[in-house]
Design a protein around this ligand. Structure first.
Ligand code: HOZ
Length: 430
């Protein structure tokens, strides 16, 4: 595979951008090697600077549930941009997108649009603190809620991949407000509530963990969180930045039937444009200015072009049968990947919820952070590079999710599974 132009671009990038990337997860440091520079995408495929073509399961880390350059999203963006790209004033599209979110997620009575999942989670926590008058927040080891100070404590995603789960530059006083518990372990949550009675403002959780690879909630775990937060007067925040409109139209809260007080969203609701949102109970959301005393703002919040892409995406997801098709494709793909691993006697555990999945190079079961860390990251790296070489793009980290989109075709799956057969042989050869 020729990658001369990508190599040259990466060299140039490193002269002017730290590490040559604008987000560390893109750096390939978790798997070794250098990232291809992407020039364009269409449907399920992307092409790099050297014109290598890949079947894409990264999907921009989740937003592209309709694939690349979906005609209705492109048209919406073009039409919106032609009318002006930002006004710093209310626009009708914001109302429509907010309505679509509230309709899909009944727990969301009021929603505020922001620019990223990071902002959404940071702001939701501020609302929870304002509402409860308490300061401490419980988060789960290996969950990732963006890069705001208080949440970079035992964080997943790139922070875990690059071994900076507790980031430098975060004052101890901020990190001290964050209490840790173990995903799928109610005892660890009970311990924190017992030790910090009356001090906990909220529990924030990815209802399906998606930033340590994919780890579904065990039976009763989310309901357990609902019960304990209600009992102690704390709020339950579901970070649905990855799962929202992904695992089901009603998100993980709809799928598992557990109602949070606040929800954070991002990714899919912007259809590939920068966006985030937080919303929930009206009495909590009334804390935010101008209604209440908790401040949160943004020049580009509810940006009309991002909102237009989001509306087009959410409307396409309302078409009948979309989630069923996503699920069928993901079932077939993950069964094939598991079979390829089994055929080469590579211990692999595939976790999947809807069209969201990951492969852990460990015999499993993988039900929490401790099990995740038993994975063979070197074997994943061998698998990853072989797949990339054969034209299939998974996340460059053993601890991230893969995403199936509505435009993955039977041919894509055939190509992927043929590649997986050879890649598992490489993984086994370590
Ligand atoms: N949640 C994404 C990865 N799991 C974020 C992507 C990024 O950090 O660039």
């Amino acid at each position: 595979m020729n990658n001369n132009l990508s190599r040259r671009l990466f060299e140039e990038a490193q002269k002017v951008i730290p590490g040559g990337v604008n987000s560390p997860v893109r750096s390939f440091r978790g798997v070794g090697g250098e990232p291809p520079f992407i020039m364009r995408g269409r449907g399920s495929r992307v092409w790099d600077a050297d014109n290598n073509e890949y079947v894409d399961y990264l999907a921009s880390w989740g937003p592209l549930v309709l694939g690349h350059a979906h005609p209705s999203v492109v048209l919406a963006v073009q039409e919106s941009a032609s009318r002006g790209t930002s006004f710093g004033a209310p626009t009708p599209g914001e109302v429509e997108l907010a309505r679509l979110v509230c309709a899909a997620l009944p727990s969301v009575e009021l929603v505020r649009l922001v620019n990223s999942g990071t902002e959404a989670c940071m702001s939701a926590i501020r609302m929870a603190r304002a509402f409860t008058g308490r300061s401490k927040v419980v988060k789960f080891v290996g969950c990732y809620h963006g890069h705001s100070d208080g949440l970079l404590v035992k964080a997943g995603s790139g922070a875990a991949t690059l071994s900076v789960p507790d980031s430098a530059g975060v004052p101890a006083a901020y990190a001290g407000e964050t209490l840790l518990a173990d995903f799928n372990d109610m005892d660890s949550v009970r311990e924190q509530f017992a030790a910090h009675r009356g001090d906990i403002a909220a529990v924030i959780v990815e209802p399906v963990a998606g930033n340590m690879g994919v780890v579904p909630p065990g039976e009763g775990f989310l309901q357990g969180l609902r019960d304990i937060t209600s009992e102690h007067g704390a709020l339950l925040i579901f970070d649905e930045v990855i799962t929202g409109f992904r695992v089901a139209h009603g998100g993980a809260q709809g799928l598992y039937g557990v109602t949070p007080d606040l929800t954070t969203l991002g990714k899919i609701i912007g259809g590939g444009m920068p966006i985030g949102a937080y919303g929930g109970r009206s009495d909590v959301m009334q804390q935010v200015a101008p209604l209440g005393p908790a401040y949160q703002a943004g020049t580009l919040s509810g940006n009309p072009v991002a909102v237009a892409a989001g509306i087009a995406t959410l409307k396409s997801l309302e078409l009948p049968g979309v989630y069923e098709r996503l699920e069928e494709t993901a079932v077939e793909l993950t069964a094939g990947l598991q079979a390829a691993a089994d055929a080469h006697e590579v211990p692999v555990t595939v976790n999947r919820v809807g069209s969201l999945f990951s492969m852990f190079f460990n015999p499993g079961p993988v039900d929490g952070w401790e099990a995740v860390t038993r994975s063979d990251a070197a074997a994943y790296a061998r698998f990853f590079h072989s797949m990339l070489e054969q034209g299939v793009y998974f996340a460059p980290s053993a601890f991230e999710a893969a995403f199936v989109s509505t435009v993955h075709t039977p041919e894509d799956l055939e190509l992927t599974l043929a590649a997986a057969d050879a890649a598992m042989e490489k993984a086994a050869a370590g």
